[in-house]
Design a protein around this ligand. Sequence first.
Ligand code: CP3
Length: 351
Amino acid sequence: MPDGKTLFEKAARGIRTERTPVWVMRQAGRYLPEYRALRKTVDFLTATKTPEIAAQITLQPIDRFELDAAILFADIMTPLEGMGVPIRFAPGPIIESPIRSQKDVDGLRPLDPDEGVPFVLDALSIVRSELPKDRSLIAFAGAPFTLFCYLVQGGGSKDFMDARSFLRGDPEASDALLNLLGKSMIHYLRAQARAGADALMLFDSWVGLLDEKLYRARIQPVMKNIIQEVKAEIDRPIIYFANGGSALLEAASEIGADVIAVDWTRPLHEAVARLGSSTVLQGNLDPSALFASRDELGQEIDKVLESGMGAAAHIFNLGHGIHRTTDPDQLGFLVDRVHETSERLSSDREG
Ligand code: CP3
């Protein structure tokens, strides 16, 4: 790493590398026996709020596999308590008093990261000091629409109908909420970068519920503003994951993020064809492929890597979080296969 940039950071900035960097969403979590063992002694919320424990969990997958990046162990809902919203996890997030009116929005405050999430910032600096220099540290935030979904609905849902009807039924109050979340996530992402994060990721897990017209009118401006305001202060690559957003792929790629993370519902070569060869892509193996035979899994991995060669650069990942019943050895196989195949594809390309 003589020029001071990791493989992951080069790819995130559109530079082709000698092999494709790899990490997986939810890599710090329940499919790992060492995570489950630790969670027997501490509940999820306490784990996220105790910097030494959050740092230890973040590093667990790095100790086991040759991954190119660590992602901080936290949750997209973690900063919301600092805005005045109490949250429980069972195991998904639950909000006892959902936000459903202008009055509710007025009761929230913008996030001050030093006061609201000091434990996240401390965890990041511990991880950065313990993480090998050739691995990158990713910090993240929930995108405003996805946070809005949980805040208005009060918890998980298949279709977030209460949230989507609030978005349409009270545009003033819902825009006020989206903007407040946007402003708070700008402060959160900047603070995480200052605390040691090398890259930032925005998770828009539920944005695929919106049609393109509504996305462009109500969500895209908030997203553009986040990227612009974060970039005005700190120079870190930003990844945008618009899950379920194959209908929104072009609109998502216009917000100014460095990397577009793609879910598994469409083949990666389609994203290359639609967004063009100057876009950097992350993704997008179906997490269920980790349950296939090694033969089939290997072929699926190779297919994603071959498609990724058409992008400006590619970061290998799953198209959604790794499932909690996954055999960790399958992830070990995946990482080795990504290394082997992508080294071969890259040298073929050079030669
Ligand atoms: O390795 C990593 O990716 C880092 C940690 C991480 C967690 N949540 C830990 C977690 C990240 C990046 C998240 C993001 C997150 N959280 C998202 C966006 C990504 C996605 O999956 O779409 C969303 C929508 C949430 C909200 C959330 N938190 C849900 C729906 C759940 C329940 C999930 C489940 O699998 O049952 C959580 C809890 C949560 N967040 C757990 C973990 C490890 C499980 C807690 C436990 O019981 O140990």
